[in-house]
Design a protein. Structure first.
Length: 57
């Protein structure tokens, strides 16, 4: 893997972590609707399912 591909993969991981953190925070602010950790895990799962095929190419 080239260094540019590794850099892109690292940036994608950081973006996924930020998005999952924000979604978890929003769910934490409204705990009556859903459990925050499940929302965070679901966000990571969905983003990983979308991003991984791009990274593997």
């Amino acid at each position: 893997m080239s260094s540019s591909a590794l850099l892109i993969a690292l940036l994608l991981v950081l973006v996924v972590a930020l998005v999952a953190g924000q979604v978890t925070y929003v769910a934490y602010r409204h705990p009556a609707t859903v459990q925050p950790m499940l929302v965070g895990l679901a966000a990571v799962t969905v983003l990983a399912a979308v991003v991984m095929p791009v990274v593997v190419r």
